[in-house]
Every structure is written in C-alpha cells, then in structure tokens.
Design a protein. Sequence first.
Length: 342
Amino acid sequence: MRIPWRRLLRPILLVGVSLLVGRIIIGLIGSIDWGAVVSSLARLSWTSLPLLVGLLLVRQSFNAIPLARFVPGLGWWRSAQNDVTANLLGVVTPPPGDVVIRVSMFRSWGLNPVDGMAGVTLNSLTFYVIRFAAPALGVVVLVGEELSTGRTWLAVGSLAIAAVIVVALVLVSRGERLAFLVGTVAGSVVARFREDTEPERWGAAVLDFRGRMSTRLSRGLPGALAALAGMVIVDGLVLLAALRSVGVPADALSAVWVLGAFLIAYPLTALPLAGLGVLDAALVVAFVDVAGTSLEPEVVAGLIVWRLVTIGGPLLLGLLALGNWRRNVRGDDGMEGLAGRR
C-alpha cells in the first residue's frame, strides 16, 4: 500500500507541535545538555534490547485481550493484528483510515463489522476507565512518599471521571430505558458545544449499541479492565527499564517513584500521539525534582528510549501485521478463484 507523502504532513505536524510544547515545559527547569543526552544514549547496550522488546510484547499482549473478549470469534491473535494495524493507519493516514482497515479486517475474517466496531468502541471506553483510574493507583504506589496536594487532587478528579464512565457502561447494559437516558443526557451535554448535535439520536444510537453489546459488556468488562491495567503497569516497567539502561541509578530515582509518577501523569496519554512531548516533559520535571538536575540528561535519554520502544515498536508491529494480513487476503482470494475455475 503506497502512502502519499502529503498524507504524512498531519502526523509530522503533530509530532513537531508536541515536541515543541514539551521543549518549552522542560525549559522551565533549565537548559538541557544535549551532548550529555547523546552520551547517555550511547550507554544503551545490545543486552538491554531483549528486555525492552520482551516488555513491549507483553504490553501488546495485554492490550489485545479486551477486543478479543468484546468481539465473538475474533480471538487474541487477530485482535492483536487488528489493534497494531489500526494504530499504524491512524498515524500515517488521515481519518478514518484506522476505521477502514479495522472494518476490512473484520470482513476478511468473516466477522460482522458492525459487531466488530461496537467491540472497538467498548475497548476504547474501557481504556479511558483505566487511563483516568491510573493516577489513583499512582498515589497508592507512592504511599509513604511526599506528594504534593495538586497530585493528590488530580488523582481524585481522574478517579471520579473513571467512575462516571463505569457507571454509564453499567447503566447502559441494565436496560433499554437507562440506555436511552444515558445516550440522551450525553447528547445534551455535547449539544452545548456542538449545535448540530441531536440528543434523541444519541439516545437511539446508545440503545442500538446496548442491544448488540449488553451481554458481552457484562461478561467481558472485568477481564478487560484487568488486562488494560496490566498493560499500563508494563508500560511503566518499560520506562523503568529504559531509564536504568541509560544510567539512571536506583538510589537516585527508585522504581516506586518512576511507576508512581508515571501513573499519576498517565491521563496525558489522551493527547495526540499518546501525549508525546507533554507527558514526557511532565515526567522529566517529576523525575528531576527527585533525582536532581545532574541526572536530567539521563532522564531525557531514558524517555527517548521509552518512546522509541512504545511508539516505534507498535508501528513496526503494525507494518508487519498489515503485510501479513494483505498476503493472507490475496492468498484466500487466489484459492477462491482457483476453486471457482474447477
């Protein structure tokens, strides 16, 4: 599949703006010695790569579980392919490139694409629950450490958002009236920002969604939440391994602080490209505040390695999955054509 270069303009601009914002935020704590950052990156040895790649594969394995639970007949392996391929197309093509490839894959596997996309919606909502519950887990991890009041209130507010999403999902699954009410209320809220929104249509859409997904939601939600929580924790472990691999010692920045600060800042992944630039800057500020400015180059280097693994790795996996799927589809078409000529 050829991707015109002009289609890459949007992701390039997103990366540029994100990094610029991050650079401005980091600049608030002092200038970065980029020569020292490069020297820290040079410490990364080949022996660190198997651990980083292994953690990435575990992360993606957890990430594939919810969709497999929400879409009957999909299975874990196809769910993993669908996720990484959609992630790739979502970055390198304009919307709705990721939706188109998901639907095409569902059809090629003999699955109802409407049910498949309903599962994708549930998957996204479940991830938002974990995304906003993560700061509360971060506060628990950092119990006994000195935490600012702002971080604690951030965790409380994020947990409230996660609870609202869970309650809405449960209400939708409980009955048609509640499903219609939830959709109408949500539509009324959105209508305050978008004049063309019709709350009744939102209610009807949620009602239809409930008819397709109520059983799968009640059965799949606990396992999906557990899997995505595991994914986020492993993501933090990738960051920890990256920091250690470039020379950030445990006595300066403990594993507890790395995971706790990462979880507290995790809602920033809702920004484009998983918060690239903004999240990184917030973590640099948090880590340097604990480890000291002398380790700032190592911290920045560790975050660069983490981003290369967690953003570049899934894109590479998506490219491999897309190529594998296209070969299989052509093979299936060829077999059908051969059977038709017999």
